[in-house]
Design a protein around this ligand. Structure first.
Ligand code: PEP
Ligand code: MN
Length: 264
């Protein structure tokens, strides 16, 4: 069902208030790895509005490699995130980690994010197949393109056709970067499916200095959008600071992404 053989026309998702994802426009989503405070959200939302970006990312349930690391503000944080975003006309994308959270989070998200560690959590995918909100599925840490498409098929066949695919880098033998951003996946996915394809260069390379380059490369490879981590003081971020852009870097990237998209 997610194949171009089944549907030729590219899928375009409408998040409301004029925010669309898919062919015909460049989608930009930015924000911190983790939602940390109201003050932080206020600063980031203002940065996004100043740069005409309408989607904010930010996790409240964080899948951390260490159990001692910051694991997010949970539902309380999500409610604040949602309220502040609504007041400003911003849409939010945030990670859902387990089936029980789907219902709990439902009214407070615009796009459910399935993280790389949950791409093959088939019960979670089944549950998301039954909701009427868009779902962005990240590629598994060691997942193939085919496996990503199978995960999407779970949600789609469950009745939810509002899907976005996200290439976020895979684990390879290379240690010079956090992950290996597989830009090959972009044209392959665009050819194989009718779904929007978004690139996450932050997790893809994991090194702040190189994030803009890979974001621009993602757009030239044919991505429908870019999702990246930005924070008012990346050095102090609760998670993923080393791959997070400050506002100046983020603003420059947004300008360049729009220029490059226009060249396509
Ligand atoms: C994130 O978006 O902060 C995140 C945890 O991503 P991933 O699932 O791709 O590691
Ligand atoms: Mn992160």
């Amino acid at each position: 069902l997610v194949s171009r053989k089944w549907r030729v026309r590219p899928t375009v998702l409408d998040l409301g208030d004029g925010v669309r994802i898919g062919e015909g426009s460049l989608t930009l989503a930015a924000g911190p790895c983790s939602i940390e405070s109201e003050k932080q959200m206020e600063l980031i939302m203002q940065h996004l509005l100043d740069n005409n970006v309408r989607i904010m990312r930010g996790g409240v349930f964080k899948p951390r490699s260490s159990p001692y690391a910051f694991r997010g503000l949970g539902m309380e944080g999500l409610k604040d995130f949602h309220r502040m975003a609504r007041e400003r006309g911003i849409k939010i994308v945030t990670e859902v980690m387990q089936v029980s959270q789907v219902e709990e989070m439902h009214d407070y998200v615009d796009v459910f994010q399935v993280g790389a560690r949950n791409t093959q959590n088939f019960n979670l995918l089944d549950a998301l197949g039954g909701v009427d909100k868009p779902v962005m599925i990240k590629r598994g840490i060691s997942g193939t393109i085919e496996e990503l498409l199978s995960s999407a098929e779970y949600v789609f066949s469950g009745g939810n056709e509002k899907l976005i695919l996200c290439e976020r880098g895979i684990r390879t033998f290379e240690t010079a970067s956090r992950n290996t951003l597989d830009l090959n996946a972009v044209p392959i996915l665009k050819e194989k499916t009718h779904l929007p394809v978004i690139v996450d260069p932050s997790h893809g390379i994991g090194i702040r200095e190189y994030v803009p380059t890979m974001a621009l490369a993602g757009v030239m490879a044919g991505a429908d959008g870019i999702i990246y981590e930005a924070h008012e003081t990346p050095e102090q971020a609760a998670s993923d600071g080393a791959q997070t852009l400050n506002f100046q870097e983020s603003a420059r990237l947004i300008r360049n992404l729009r220029k490059v998209y226009a060249l396509r």
